[in-house]
Write a protein that binds this ligand. Structure first.
Ligand code: MF3
Ligand code: CO
Length: 281
């Protein structure tokens, strides 16, 4: 989301968190299906149609379709953001045909019972250059580092710092600053902002029942971005390729729960020695 003011964020009950998990599972399923089926020769509009179908099957609503960020920007016209290569985020599905070597970043949000899930994956179409794989892997790793830094009683800045450290230690990448992660719940975008850089120990306290979308965006060049004339598409100023990974998470008394992963994050968290702490059904 676009950067905004700082505040503590919405606190959800355990029953509300279970609905957040339902929304997150719809998002995870759509992204999983798109990751398995997107290939060279498809248009990005055809990729969007896959997500439309997952929403219909689940009886869920889209977080993105018709979304109006304010300040006169036209409502968002699709259910996914499909951002190819130098497009960082908010690429609009179109007649663009995916080609071998493209990096397709898929961002998708769903509403179940009034609660939102929001996540993104970067997908290699065919064979991409090794630097592109490295950039996507570094961004994905930074997302997990950020998730792993979240704990009850900690600060939002702890997440930001972990993301920045992770990307910086992976190579010479630009960390996008114009967009941040965000609180999520009854609305897709709500306080607090979760920046992808900055010092630990600062910002709002992470409380039980807070849900966050953690979403690093990194480029193979510098951090600067601009918005195209369609008022949505965000591209790198230097035309370098960009990657974007996102998950919606919450922190329970038992550990982390990644609401937008099929397994709740169990495999990736366990692999990193992080506590997996879903709520029981
Ligand atoms: N997941 C995106 C974000 O957090 C939301 C896309 S904006 C929309 O920035 F308009 F497409 F909804
Ligand atoms: Co988001």
């Amino acid at each position: 989301m676009k950067r905004s003011r700082r505040s503590g964020g919405e606190i959800l009950s355990d029953d509300e968190l279970k609905l957040m998990r339902k929304a997150g599972l719809v998002v995870a399923r759509a992204l999983d299906e798109i990751t398995r089926t997107a290939r060279a020769g498809m248009t990005t509009r055809e990729v969007d149609a896959i997500a439309v179908e997952v929403l219909a099957r689940a009886g869920a609503a889209s977080s993105f379709l018709g979304y109006e960020p304010g300040y006169g920007v036209p409502p968002y016209p699709a259910v996914t953001c499909l951002s190819v290569n130098e497009v960082v985020v908010h690429g609009i599905p179109s007649d663009r045909v995916l080609a071998d070597g493209d990096l397709l970043c898929v961002d998708f949000g769903a509403i179940v019972g009034g609660y939102h899930g929001d996540a993104a994956r970067s997908i290699a179409i065919g064979e991409v250059e090794p630097q592109v794989t490295k950039l996507s892997d570094a961004t994905r790793e930074a997302m997990w580092a950020g998730i792993g830094a979240a704990r009850i009683g900690g600060k939002i800045g702890d997440i930001s710092w972990a993301i920045q450290q992770s990307i910086t230690s992976s190579g010479r990448y630009g960390i996008v600053r114009d967009y941040t992660g965000h609180g999520i719940g009854h609305q897709m975008h709500q306080p607090p902002d979760v920046p992808n850089y900055g010092p630990a120990g600062r910002g709002p306290v992470i409380q039980r029942g807070l849900c966050l979308a953690i979403e690093p965006m990194a480029t193979a060049g510098n951090h600067r971005t601009e918005i195209l004339d369609d008022e949505w598409t965000v591209v790198t100023c230097d035309n370098s390729v960009a990657a974007h990974w996102e998950n919606t998470i919450t922190v329970t008394p038992h550990g982390l729960w990644v609401l937008t992963e099929l397994d709740g994050g169990e495999a990736e968290l366990t692999r990193r020695g992080l506590p997996f702490g879903p709520l029981a059904d």
